[in-house]
Design a protein around this ligand. Structure first.
Ligand SMILES: Cc1cc2nc3c(=O)[nH]c(=O)nc-3n(C[C@H](O)[C@H](O)[C@H](O)COP(=O)(O)OP(=O)(O)OC[C@H]3O[C@@H](n4cnc5c(N)ncnc54)[C@H](O)[C@@H]3O)c2cc1C
Length: 393
């Protein structure tokens, strides 16, 4: 690969890198696009470790619009991503997302719902009794209202990643197993990327799609990204619940969430302010569920008083410590160095819109959806875009 010239060098082959590579090739099949992925097994990548959920319920207009676009894409995803006769099956399950609101979270969620509706989204405002109809296991503790997005749902994040990857390859993108260790530059412009093997890929446009590892690669070009690699855990539990239908995903005001996986199986997660920050701890800690989650869960949903803890895993949120939102576009500090980073736990669902937007910017095309509110320039200008007035994420 030495001395090859590329039109675009993508660092990181997670869902962001793959979606961007796909859109680049779709826009112009003559492009020479290369994706560098240091671990093609994706053992620590956030994409396969995520819940794979998509929701329309955001308070920032552009986040809602990204989810709307994602839902559009998913309608014909299998056909659009087909390679030959092979159509990907991403197991998209539109079980709906139900947010339980207490007195403190209610007004902000209501404002969000009005905005979502004004953009054409299907979202319902529920009384506590209606919450119970949707989620009969809930005992209405602290419930003052509910917000329900019936089109939201969960899917296999790895299947989505693979679909973009295989399609991008079929259109001509090249994938290389290599760790990028340096973004090369001269006179304020990108000139290439050096791999750990010492080989150099030449090109004037590079994309940082390195997920939670993004600040490390940005640093090699002298750019500071306010991203903290923050450990998040998921636990799978089995209960006695039995039903033909799948319940909606449920979010409690504390941030605790559960995803019904069918039969008695549920996926449970919650973020804590003291979650570990670093790249060296992917251990799933059963005691976090036992000591910090179980009681609250059973307090709101008595059925969970008795359950079997089956297994779990841990992955990294790429937490943008400025405002908890995406960091996109070319950095003002270096021509040709683009970012698709900082998604803070809601990036999987945004890959469709971010992939398209990033490819458009890299090619100098006018963006179909204006996401300039998330441009990297806001970091130096200290102009945060908060999703919530009360908390960062
Ligand atoms: C527990 C958990 C639950 C989540 N749930 C959801 C959810 O329900 N919905 C949602 O929208 N989001 C969710 N997320 C967030 C979501 O997973 C991420 O925002 C998204 O996957 C980010 O994609 P990415 O491609 O940027 O990062 P990644 O998937 O991490 O991919 C980055 C890739 O870059 C590679 N890489 C890094 N550095 C280098 C380098 N120097 N050279 C070469 N390769 C490199 C890595 O190996 C990795 O494969 C969740 C995350 C976690 C951890």
């Amino acid at each position: 690969m030495a001395n090859d010239m590329y039109d675009a060098i993508v660092i990181g082959g997670g869902v962001m890198g793959c979606a961007t590579a796909y859109y680049l090739m779709k826009f112009d099949p003559r492009l020479k696009v290369v994706v560098l992925e240091m671990d093609p097994t994706y053992a620590k990548a956030s994409t396969p470790l995520s819940d794979g959920n998509t929701r329309i319920q955001f308070n920032v207009k552009e986040n809602i619009q990204m989810s709307q676009y994602g839902l559009e894409v998913l309608k014909t995803f299998a056909e659009d991503m087909a390679v030959g006769n092979e159509k990907p099956d991403i197991a998209f399950r539109q079980q709906g997302n139900l947010f339980v609101l207490d007195d403190a979270s209610r007004d902000e969620a209501y404002e969000g719902m009005l905005l979502q509706r004004s953009l054409g989204c299907e979202v319902y405002w529920l009384t506590p009794e209606e919450v119970q109809q949707r989620f009969p296991l809930y005992n209405l503790k602290n419930c003052s209202a509910g917000a329900f997005g019936p089109l939201d749902g969960t899917m296999s994040p790895m299947a989505v990643l693979n679909a973009y990857k295989h399609k991008a390859i079929s259109l001509g993108a090249k994938y290389i197993q290599a760790e990028a260790i340096e973004v090369l530059h001269q006179a304020g412009r990108v000139t290439g990327v050096r791999a750990a093997t010492g080989e150099v890929l030449r090109g004037g446009i590079a994309l940082n799609a390195a997920g939670a590892w993004a600040p490390l690669i940005a640093q090699t070009a002298g750019v500071n990204l306010p991203i903290a690699p923050t450990k998040r855990q998921i636990t799978i539990v089995e209960t006695n619940y039995r039903s033909e239908s799948i319940l909606p995903m449920l979010f409690l005001p504390s941030g605790l969430y559960i995803v019904h996986e069918g039969a008695g199986l549920f996926m449970v997660g919650k973020s804590f302010p003291d979650d570990y920050v670093g790249y060296d701890d992917f251990r799933w800690e059963k005691n976090v569920f036992e000591e910090r989650i179980w009681f609250e869960l059973a307090d709101h949903i008595p059925l969970f008083d008795r359950l079997k803890i089956l297994r779990g895993w841990a992955g990294l949120y790429e937490v943008n410590t400025l405002d908890g939102n995406a960091i996109l576009g070319e950095t003002p500090q270096m021509q040709g160095f683009f970012f698709a980073n900082g998604f803070s736990g809601h990036g999987f669902q945004q890959a469709h819109a971010v992939g398209r937007y990033t490819a458009e910017l890299m090619l100098g095309k006018p963006p179909t959806l204006d996401l300039s509110v998330f441009l990297a320039s806001r970091i130096a200008e200290n102009k945060p875009v908060f999703e919530s007035k009360k908390k960062i994420i």
